[in-house]
Design a protein around this ligand. Structure first.
Ligand code: TRP
Length: 348
């Protein structure tokens, strides 16, 4: 067997996973398992960067953590061949993040657009954790010296920051890195993996807004645990326009809702929008939606069913997380030892 490169990615434990989480992240994680050694993490330390009223508090967090884990497993991630765990069980994430807080510059973090969006107008009242979010994310990735991270558009800037941190660490401490026998650099410059067409799933009620768990209308999203009836109803009620489907992609241009439904169909069948339009161009939406309902129920029904079954068995899920955490920690602890030696920390 050849040496495989390593993938790391994380998903926040937020209640109500939806089609956007599945097509934008989890489905892509599944596809990477044959080509990489994969580490998939439920990032609970990241979850608490926003107020407890947003992340749900101590009553909600265990459920949300297990739900994301169940989604990973139900979607087809193999927790024995790869690693699935929750971040807070491996203390090295927080430990390495501290080191990176001392490598990253305030000016770099000030440029992070996600912080500006999430902090909103009341920036003085945002947590320091929200501000330092990207250094923790860099620690997640670099604790395993991961070479690749599948990322959506919204996380690209954070991955660039991760590379900047790796580069600055490598150059600030190059002499010590050499002296300890690590060659010319210690951390890799992690590459993004952008697979297939960008799958940004939009709200079923408004094709210009991202599908979101916080949208007031449940009709705006398909939850992974929705049953066949709910999936069918939501797709049938999804906003469209009166025109039939175009036969070329250009015909979707100023039609965000049509574009979104075609994109969902393409992602669920692993094809392109062009291929979907070659098949359905000229059809009315009623016909296309009926096909989309069948497809979505066939693809998502089994995943949702399996998730619901699994969350009934927290002992099983916690066993997977515990086993994954132990295997993850074995790797992260090696990295942390090396980092301590490179920095000159006296250790046992
Ligand atoms: N910030 C990512 C998100 O919100 C989650 C995340 C945390 C992550 N650590 C990561 C993603 C490391 C990739 C790699 O989607």
């Amino acid at each position: 067997m050849s040496f495989k490169e390593r993938v790391f990615s994380g998903v926040q434990p937020t209640g109500n996973l939806h089609l956007g989480n599945y097509l934008g992240a989890i489905k892509k994680f599944v596809a990477l398992q044959d080509s990489y050694d994969c580490i998939y993490c439920v990032v609970d330390l990241h979850a608490i960067t926003v107020p407890a009223s947003v992340w749900g508090g101590p009553q909600e967090l265990p459920r949300a953590t297990r739900e994301v884990t169940a989604a990973f497993l139900a979607a087809g991630i193999d927790p024995r061949k790869h690693i699935v765990f929750n971040q807070s069980q491996v203390a090295e994430h927080a430990e390495l993040a501290w080191v990176f807080n001392c490598v990253a510059r305030i000016g770099w973090l000030n440029r992070m657009t996600q912080f500006k969006e999430k902090a909103g107008k009341d920036r003085e009242n945002a947590s320091i954790g929200l501000y330092a979010y990207p250094t923790l994310m860099a620690a997640d990735i670099l604790a395993y010296r991961a070479t690749h991270v599948p990322v959506g558009e919204d996380q690209k800037q954070h991955l660039e920051l991760c590379r900047d941190i790796a580069q600055k660490f490598n150059s600030d401490f190059v002499d010590s890195i050499r002296a300890h026998g690590y060659g010319e650099s210690f951390f890799p410059l992690t590459e993004p993996i952008i697979q297939g067409p960008a799958t940004r799933v939009m709200s079923l009620r408004d094709g210009t807004k991202k599908m979101s768990k916080s949208d007031a209308s449940d009709y705006s999203r398909i939850n992974l645990t929705d049953d066949a009836d709910a999936i069918a109803q939501k797709i049938r009620k999804a906003k469209t326009d009166p025109e039939p489907l175009p036969s070329e992609e250009a015909g979707l241009d100023p039609r965000p809702e049509a574009d979104n439904l075609v994109g969902i169909y393409a992602a669920l069948t692993d094809t392109s929008k062009a291929q979907v339009l070659a098949q359905f161009g000229g059809n009315q939406f009623s016909t296309f939606k009926a096909a989309l309902v069948d497809l979505a129920v066939a693809k998502l029904g089994p995943i949702g069913g399996e998730m619901k079954r699994m969350v009934q068995d927290p002992v099983y899920i916690d066993g997977i997380l515990g086993d994954g955490a132990a295997r993850a920690q074995a790797i992260a602890a090696e990295t942390m030892k090396a980092v301590k030696d490179i920095l000159g920390f006296v250790r046992r």
